[in-house]
Design a protein around this ligand. Structure first.
Ligand code: UDP
Ligand code: MG
Length: 318
């Protein structure tokens, strides 16, 4: 089989009403542009009729492929499996709820193929979501921009385009779908761009992510930043912090002992060390320092056993 021009990866959870329109729309755009394509629909454990709708659509559209999860594993898992399955030269991800427009696909593809981008992220400049979602999202994007140094306005946009090798190199796990640009950059892909995309209000169904997304988003951001700085050498972080703690604790203990001996020699009034708050602080710092060191060693041991310890991106070969 010749390589397809485009794979469209669509994670979906209870979106039965939207699917027929979405598939027809994608097909219309692709036929107009004369592109060969596949639509990979990942049913993330829906309990409405989504899977039956996919089965029915497959009878009309040859381009449809479907994966059905045994239960709801989350959007990241769905994207991960979609990426594994994708065979197209350019891979597009898009939400199933008709909030993203398939009309953007040709231009996104052109940016990848002609302008040399590895990843192009959509930017919903004019957004049709409730204000309670837009403002936190602005703040979240600002933090992600500052922390990662990647200048994107909308990290979590569902509509994105990738060069094929990008999706094969990154591993989207947990709830990391919000940080794919950061994962891609960490994997060595430097050409990350964005394109203003059209956004629509949700037509059917309801949003699958509640307010807890903000809390999770922040915790995940911290993990991603930690992993990208210290993922390969946790000892630098834990060992560094441990050394500081240990030196502080050790130094303070010495000082307390020295002060006591000095006072003893000069016949000054003495206070038992156990009456001094500093003594407890010093002991605690020494114990914490050792603990942090141990965490560093454990981190290194776990790293040695991990499968992606030797994942390197090789750009060219002669
Ligand atoms: N989604 C999914 N698994 C989940 C939650 C959501 O596959 O556990 C899909 C959902 O069906 C949609 C996309 O992820 O296609 C984005 O979800 P949603 O539209 O609810 O998010 P929002 O637009 O509110 O950010
Ligand atoms: Mg949506």
């Amino acid at each position: 089989m010749n390589k397809l021009d485009v794979s469209v990866v669509v994670p979906l959870y209870n979106e039965e009403e939207s699917l027929p329109e979405l598939v027809a729309w994608i097909d219309r755009v692709m036929t107009r542009e004369r592109l060969t394509y596949e639509v990979i629909m990942i049913d993330d454990g829906s309990d409405d009729g989504s899977w039956e709708v996919i089965e029915r659509l497959k009878k009309t559209f040859d381009s449809i492929r479907g994966l059905r999860f045994a239960r709801n594993y989350g959007k990241s898992a769905a994207l991960y499996c979609g990426f594994e399955a994708a065979g197209g030269e350019v891979v597009i991800t898009m939400d199933a709820d008709l909030q993203d427009s398939p009309d953007e696909i040709p231009e996104l593809r052109r940016m990848i193929l002609e302008e040399g981008y590895d990843l192009v992220s959509g930017w919903k400049r004019k957004r049709y979501d409730p204000i309670g979602k837009r403002w936190p999202s602005k703040f979240f994007n600002w933090t992600a921009r500052r922390a990662s140094g990647i200048v994107l306005h909308d990290f979590n946009c569902g509509l994105k385009a990738y060069r094929r090798k990008v999706v094969k190199a990154i591993e989207v796990y947990g709830e990391m779908h919000r940080f794919i640009p950061i994962l891609a950059r960490k994997a060595g892909f430097r050409h990350i761009g964005e394109k203003v995309v059209e956004h629509h209000a949700r037509k059917y169904g309801y949003s699958k992510f509640g307010l807890e997304r903000m809390v999770k988003g922040y915790l995940d951001l911290i993990s991603v930043m930690f992993m990208s700085h210290f993922g390969r050498s946790p000892m630098y972080f834990f060992g560094g912090l441990g050394t500081l703690m240990f030196l502080f604790g050790g130094g303070t203990t010495m000082w307390i002992i020295a002060a006591k001996i000095w006072k003893q020699c000069h016949g000054l009034p003495l206070r038992p060390v156990t009456d001094q708050p500093l003594f407890y602080l010093a002991i605690m710092a020494v114990i914490l320092g050792v603990q942090l060191f141990l965490a560093g060693f454990l981190g290194e041991l776990i790293n040695r056993g991990s499968s992606d310890r030797n994942k390197y991106l090789i750009d060219e070969k002669l």
